[in-house]
Design a protein. Structure first.
Length: 395
């Protein structure tokens, strides 16, 4: 038997997260977007409520959520504010996952604990001016110097760059390709780590996106994460989690776009009746509903399959890992395009008012666009999916 129902506990979890976000996040979202301001007070409250450490095992101060529960959290955040989904995505899905799956005991006791408690936010520094989609071509170097490494180079698109206390940075310790890349844990305040331009973005304006410079930053060898030469795997494993969690956030945004469209269609009267009674509007809602419902099953089936394979992807069989990489790419790509479709149709149903700053859908319309770009563009997701289909076939 296949069960697609959430357990009592999962439903309760969703309700309590929604209650928290409606009280603490929704009232500030329009303002933090308008002012391009990091919602520090809300993030602090989320830390206090344990939402910054959900995927971290209890042993390290977290809640020990599986992927299904984590997707519930991300879906609920995505319903309200994509900036916060982005902040949590970089901190938790990327940063905490890297520490959890590849950190040694000492690193987990120190850094993962701080991250889980929300004492320190994580920034994940992979992309560079000349290395975006082609992540293997990073030029930042880490040169061994006795028991330390000296890191030099520049990074781009670093979410949480302005607020982070911990930076997971990827640098080249060896020759070309994936084998020469190593992940490091760098703390804020490290000499030589400086901050460049902050991007002025069209959406997710409540999250910071920074350029970072590593100028001969000395890092102790004990801060190598996952072993020398293993950094590309650290990055890719974390990005699989990130892509799944973004699919849940996109699902939340699609659902919110539908709610807003229904509410507007019930209220707005034209030609003597609510526009929701017109088939032109109902057909739009039906298309949004079909795509969103299909996405719901895709996201949670993928999360549930990941949970079934065991808590640490770094320990999965290679064929299982490859299947999950493909499925996380499928989920991320379909979800971001579904979110874009739904916010676009919802805005159309809103008419002129949807094109103004007074409507919530206007913010989601701008925010949705990034889901098709970051954590691997949808072209990269299609590359991963198609390449796997040709290589391993379709089952
Ligand atoms: N888990 C573990 N290992 C993995 C893996 C995964 N998901 N994916 C690949 N690997 C391993 C491979 O097995 C291979 O190792 P072996 O040779 O030992 O088998 C090695 O890594 C190299 O893999 P590939 O040959 O597949 O590498 P590629 O260069 O052909 O393809 C890519 C890689 C898919 C194009 C990759 O570069 C990619 O995902 N690019 C997009 C980068 C990206 O998503 N950037 C976003 C950065 S985060 C961000 O957006 C900022 C933020 O703050 C939110």
């Amino acid at each position: 038997m296949i069960s697609f129902a959430f357990s009592e506990e999962q439903q309760l979890l969703r309700r309590s997260i929604r209650e928290f976000l409606e009280k603490e996040l929704r009232p500030v979202s329009a303002e933090t977007d308008r002012d391009a301001r990091f919602p520090a007070e809300t993030i602090a409250k989320m830390g206090g409520a344990g939402y910054l450490g959900t995927i971290v095992p209890e042993k390290y101060g977290g809640a020990g959520f599986g992927k299904v529960e984590y997707c519930i959290l991300m879906e609920e955040i995505g319903r309200v504010d994509a900036s916060v989904a982005t902040i949590l995505g970089a901190h938790s899905s990327l940063g905490s996952s890297a520490l959890l799956y590849y950190g040694n005991e000492q690193q987990k006791q120190l850094y993962l604990r701080q991250a889980a408690a929300g004492e320190k936010i994580i920034s994940f520094n992979l992309s560079e001016p000349e290395a975006g989609s082609d992540a293997k071509s990073i030029k930042t170097t880490a040169v061994r110097d006795g028991s330390c490494f000296r890191i030099s180079g520049s990074k781009m698109w670093a979410t949480n760059g302005r607020e982070a206390g911990i930076f997971i940075v990827f640098a080249r310790t060896g020759g070309r390709g994936a084998e020469g890349i190593t992940a490091f844990i760098v703390e804020r305040g490290a000499k030589g780590l400086t901050f460049g331009r902050e991007e002025d973005k069209m959406g997710i304006r409540g999250s910071s996106t920074m350029q970072l410079f590593y100028d001969d930053v000395v890092v102790d060898g004990g801060n190598v994460l996952g072993g020398v030469g293993n950094g590309f795997k650290v990055a890719m494993t974390s990005l699989d989690v990130g892509r799944l969690s973004l699919s849940a956030a996109s699902l939340g945004m699609a659902g919110r776009a539908i709610e807003l469209a229904i509410s507007h269609a019930r209220r707005r009267v034209q030609f003597g009746r609510p526009i929701g009674e017109l088939q032109a509007i109902q057909f739009k809602l039906a298309d949004m509903g079909m795509r969103s419902r299909a996405l719901h099953y895709l996201v949670y089936a993928t999360a549930s399959r990941a949970d079934g394979l065991g808590p640490n992807p770094a320990e999965w069989k290679r064929s299982d890992r490859e299947e999950m990489t493909r499925d996380c790419a499928i989920a991320k790509c379909s979800a971001s395009e579904t979110a874009s479709f739904c916010v676009d149709e919802s805005l159309q149903i809103h008419g002129g008012i949807g094109f103004t700053k007074s409507s919530e859908i206007e913010r989601h319309y701008r925010d949705a666009r990034i889901y098709e770009i970051y954590e691997g563009t949808n072209e990269i997701q299609r590359l991963l999916i198609g390449r796997d289909m040709i290589g391993r076939g379709w089952q």
